[in-house]
Ligand binder design. Sequence first.
Ligand SMILES: CCCCCCCCCC/C=C/CC(=O)SCCNC(=O)CCNC(=O)[C@H](O)C(C)(C)COP(=O)(O)OP(=O)(O)OC[C@H]1O[C@@H](n2cnc3c(N)ncnc32)[C@H](O)[C@@H]1OP(=O)(O)O
Length: 288
Amino acid sequence: MSLKQLFRQPMLRAMLGRQHIQALRSMTTQSDKVLVDLDPKTGVAVVQMNRPPVNSLNLEFLSDINNTLDKLHNDKSCRGLILTSSNNKVFCAGLDIMEMYQPQTDRLTEFWKTLQNVWMNLYGSRLATIAAINGHSPAGGCLLATCCDYRIMVQNFTIGLNETQLGIIPPFWFVDSMEGVVGYRQTELACQKGLMMTTDQASKIGLVDEVVTPEVVLQKAQNEMVSWLKIPDYARQLTKSQMKMPNINKLRARRDEDVQHFVNFITKDSVQQALGFYIENLKKKAKK
Ligand SMILES: CCCCCCCCCC/C=C/CC(=O)SCCNC(=O)CCNC(=O)[C@H](O)C(C)(C)COP(=O)(O)OP(=O)(O)OC[C@H]1O[C@@H](n2cnc3c(N)ncnc32)[C@H](O)[C@@H]1OP(=O)(O)O
């Protein structure tokens, strides 16, 4: 959907109002892939991922997400962030597989470093963060959701860290993110088996906090945010940082090693072959 079409959507217009559409327009001049609407009254920013067709995370999109997070973190009026998608079937399809297939090493390295930055920036955000998961959320999409403080997901979609099913290994910080939400045992099951869970299954293990219908997902996220923002920021932020810093420091200490592992792993012939088959199947499935 084009930006013009997006702005014309009655639901979006009603939800945001004229003033916000204006703010959204001015920020989209910086990136049309990440749409931001910061409500000056509440301090809540709705951030819509908008990279058609499926919000897959390539280097440029990740950089845009990172820049958006930086801007919001530097804006003192901003206290909360709701992360969602402009595509009402796919929240985020995870990493752009094309970044990993037959890659140039420099770009692959930059890609992974940027993903690490996004993770640290969102996972450790000073803002109260809520994922309004309005579509499928595999792999890197699930990672973004688990970076947030709270998850509200629309029924009848799927979510999970499915890397092992693709013959790849979820990095330790993907696993740490998941473990922080659902605990060790459920993470072990979910990650080793590469489980893609339905919204209901994810809700049963606590991977999502609320299951809702598509029409109300953003309103529910706004309502939930009100309760988070009733807590004094310093108390909430310090509590969050106390809980999240150990994992962030773990990645900081092993950043270069993690990049090296990723590059070595992805460039293996066997992994390239597996990715090639996977892409072929995705394309076949998309054509059907
Ligand atoms: C010792 C230590 C070693 C460390 C090693 C590290 C290893 C690396 C770890 C990296 C981790 C990876 C995490 C990832 O995120 S990998 C990506 C995983 N994502 C997926 O598998 C999702 C695949 N997509 C889907 O299942 C579906 O597309 C969907 C999201 C459910 C949406 O379905 P849909 O029916 O609405 O859309 P569809 O027709 O399938 O797709 C439309 C077009 O989009 C293309 N596409 C889909 N997903 C991706 C993607 N992730 N990347 C790039 N392109 C994607 C799809 O091919 C269609 O394209 P086209 O129209 O045919 O051109």
